[in-house]
Design a protein around this ligand. Structure first.
Ligand code: F6P
Length: 322
């Protein structure tokens, strides 16, 4: 293998730069040339290919976002777009690709592989942790630490005013940020798309909860079927007017910031493993880390969105928040 391409795609996540650095430096160590593709699949279509060397990834391990920029490409969804992308990859004599992104990125990679014979290996870059085949995706640990830091601050003011707060966190299809973040802040309840939201039960719990508790924090995943923090708070307010209720949506602060130690190390390991996987002839697989070991999962299986929640965690939340 003489030349590989690397790109980041979909929502950015803290640790993408660390992964990129590992890909570039591992390839260079093995005397493989590297081109970076800017703006994800859009850049593949628009020929935004840039040469990368060891220096181009210096001093980025600690930076959030992605120096290659990212996009959610509409054009790549069409066959015509993918054909343009494929022609550019051939023009640049790319022999292997590392795709850093989430499920949309890997679904796109699978589509590309139907018309382009260049092997693709993925690294799981998303704060949502909603991919099968890795314990932690790149950015998830940093995101939950951001949630914890923010909600700790909300707890201070909630406690001072004896208030009930609904805090909405990211996770369009998955409640894993809400679950871990919620456990970390000692949330009174966690509302996620993976479990049926029972507003009656929530109201009962709020009515019967420990009266001595002056603040209450409910963490809501944005993708919950009940409609997000504002909608749920409205319903609760009507039924429990005695609570002084507020809503905070944490939003995109969860995607930014310097990656945690865990994200830096995992991203480096996965970027390193991705290049070696390409060299070993792997294709259409996502690198992951399971039980501390590097793991390979076919793109089709990685993107299935069926991360099973540990039922013990949900049971524990109920018990610890009493
Ligand atoms: O895919 C990660 C994610 O952060 C989701 O949790 C969230 O719903 C979405 O991206 C937001 O995307 P955008 O930045 O395009 O609004």
């Amino acid at each position: 293998m003489k030349k590989i391409a690397v790109f980041t795609s979909g929502g950015d996540s803290p640790g993408m730069n660390a992964c990129l650095r590992a890909v570039v430096r591992t390839a260079i160590y093995h005397q493989i040339e590297v081109v970076g593709i800017k703006h994800g699949y859009d850049g593949m279509i628009n020929d935004e290919f840039v040469e990368m060397d060891a220096k181009s990834v210096a001093n980025i391990i600690h930076r959030g976002g992605t120096i290659l920029k990212t996009a959610r490409s509409k054009e790549f969804m069409s066959l015509e777009g993918r054909q343009k992308a494929s022609a550019n990859l051939m023009k640049h004599q790319v022999e292997g690709i590392v795709a850093i992104g989430g499920d949309g990125t890997f679904c796109g990679a699978l589509e590309l592989s139907k018309i382009c014979n260049i092997p693709i290996v993925g690294c799981p870059g998303t704060i949502d942790n909603d991919l099968i085949g890795t314990d932690f995706t790149i950015g998830y640990d940093t995101a939950i630490n951001t949630v914890i830091e923010a909600v700790d601050k909300i707890r201070d003011t909630a406690e001072s005013h004896d208030r009930l707060f609904f805090v909405e966190v990211m996770g369009r299809d998955a409640g894993l940020i809400a679950l871990r973040g919620g456990i970390g802040v000692g949330a009174e309840s966690i509302i996620i798309p993976e479990t049926k939201t029972d507003i009656e039960d929530l109201i009962k719990r709020l009515e019967s909860g420990r009266k001595s508790k002056s603040s209450k924090i409910i963490i809501v995943a944005e993708g919950d079927e009940a409609g997000g923090a504002f909608k749920i708070a409205e319903q609760v307010k009507t039924r429990l007017p005695e609570y002084d209720t507020r809503v905070t949506v944490l939003g995109h602060i969860q995607r930014g910031g310097s990656p945690s130690a865990m994200d830096r190390v995992n991203s480096s390991r996965m970027g390193f493993a991705a290049v070696e996987a390409l060299m070993q002839g792997q294709r259409n697989v996502m690198i992951g880390i399971v039980d501390k070991n590097i793991n390979y999962t076919a793109f089709e299986n990685a993107t299935k969105h069926i991360q099973e929640l540990n039922p013990d965690l949900m049971r524990m939340v109920g018990i610890l928040s009493l």
